[in-house]
Design a binder for this molecule. Sequence first.
Ligand code: MN
Length: 367
Amino acid sequence: MTLDRRTVLTGATSAAAAAGLAGGVAHAAPPKGQIRIATEEAFSTTEHLRAMKKLVDSQPQVVRHDYRLYRMMTADLNADTPKRLLDLEKIRLAEMDEYGVTMHLLSLTSPGVQLLPADIAVGVAASTNDEMAEVIKRHPGRFAGLATVAPQDPAAAAKEIERAKTKLKLNGVMINSQTNNEYLDDKKYWPIFEAAEAHGMPIYIHPRSPSDQMIAPFQDYNMGSAFWGYGMETSTHFVRIMASGAFDRFPDLSIVLGHMGEAVHFWIWRLDYMARPGMSRGDTPMKRLPSEYLRRNLKITTSGQENPDALRYSIDTLGLWNVMWAIDYPYQETAGAVGFLDKAPITQPERDAIYWQNAARIFNIKL
Ligand code: MN
């Protein structure tokens, strides 16, 4: 697919306007030339996978709960998943063209650099961001990127966020949930929030294995994985940040959760009820009700959740402007993710907002 970006942009916008004038067209088919920005798309570098392999081979206790996964990812870099992670410009672009995916918002695959020793992690994060920025420059309109940071060193992470925004022109930050079993509500990490808010960089919190404190009931039946544990770990992380009052201190901070918001907003009524004045809200420094933070500070993506009922609920609960589309490449199929949103029973203006307009606004992406 070769896209004349100007033609596509104009076409999609006028289609959306026409649908709006007609009073909204339910179940409308996506127009040919639909713009699609996929927002949780993983890649890796040989430097990253080699550093991870060294860790897996020499200190399996550090990798612990995800040992099998990381051994699989790093044992043979020619195997399918690592090959797709390491490739940016051949297999990936061809697949994007095949399914009409305009752009991948790239991020270093989970767990990023968060298992590496702090000094090594800071270096790998910087070189990964440099490499990503080069690829983005070579393919304008096809790639954007979330910066990798090492939360192990919060001051360095804050500096890297500034560099990623001002020098590398990246679009946000990816953090793979807990770091050394610690969560970002701990005030020692707040320089990261401060930098992200100051530079308008949303923080995407991506899943990884539940922390050591949480892992016990997830150890059977492979439940620590994307099957169940990842979502519990990541949703808990978001609620910790919210309950800590971080959104009162950083009101313009945006946190992005994938996998249809890791189900946090399915709790919206009960979160408000249990945190109402006089109830457990007294135990937290939160100044507002959870629903206010969910609608102001939380953005979600559809990565790996191709469920039209959950999509409808998310739009109605959080607002259309807070929901974005993602594939979760290469772990989920492009065909499935495109088919899901193409066929979802929503109006064409809703589809345009979710497919690309929200991502363009939230991540400051220029098409
Ligand atoms: Mn993912």
